[in-house]
Design a protein around this ligand. Sequence first.
Ligand code: ZN
Ligand code: ZN
Length: 88
Amino acid sequence: MSICTNCGNEIPNQRLDLFPETNLCSAKCIENIIENEKNVHIDAAPPAPTGEKATCSRCKSRLEVRKGPTGWFLGCTRYPMCKATKQL
Ligand SMILES: [Zn+2]
Ligand SMILES: [Zn+2]
């Protein structure tokens, strides 16, 4: 017996055959999960800083807002020549 990861309901056996690679009970629950993932991806970039905070401490180039595995950070626009980064 499996539990739907979206709504927590038991997944009927015939559903398991329909969506063998998911732990979701219905097409509606699959849509719901896809919708949630979309929302994570639209996660807007924070406003770019200005002035000294937007200047690379190593090469004095501009820093730009980038997204890494742990979230948003400032990276040098000369990357990969300059790998300096700053916390936002
Ligand atoms: Zn469900
Ligand atoms: Zn730099």
